[in-house]
Design a protein around this ligand. Structure first.
Ligand SMILES: [Zn+2]
Length: 78
């Protein structure tokens, strides 16, 4: 399995990303815990076949939440 070779903190980051990408997330459509990673930022539900754009290694990221909030507020003003 791939892992970063040098530096403890980089190895920790890689471990975290691999764990996050293997985790099953809750599907926003059917609420089942069946959302799996299909590719970079691509997430698909194995229950209802819905597809979502998420973060690269986890379904939601801090940066993604901020972007979603900004888009939400902007669409309220227009
Ligand atoms: Zn689903």
């Amino acid at each position: 399995m791939y892992t970063a070779r040098y530096g403890a903190s980089i190895r920790k980051m890689v471990d975290k990303a691999i764990k996050a990408k293997k985790t099953r997330y809750e599907c926003p459509k059917c609420r089942k815990l069946k959302l799996a990673r299909k590719g970079t930022a691509m997430w698909a539900c194995r229950g209802c076949d819905a597809k979502f754009a998420g973060a690269a290694y986890s379904f939601r990221s801090e940066a993604g939440e901020i972007a979603a909030r900004i888009i939400g507020e902007y669409s309220k003003t227009v």
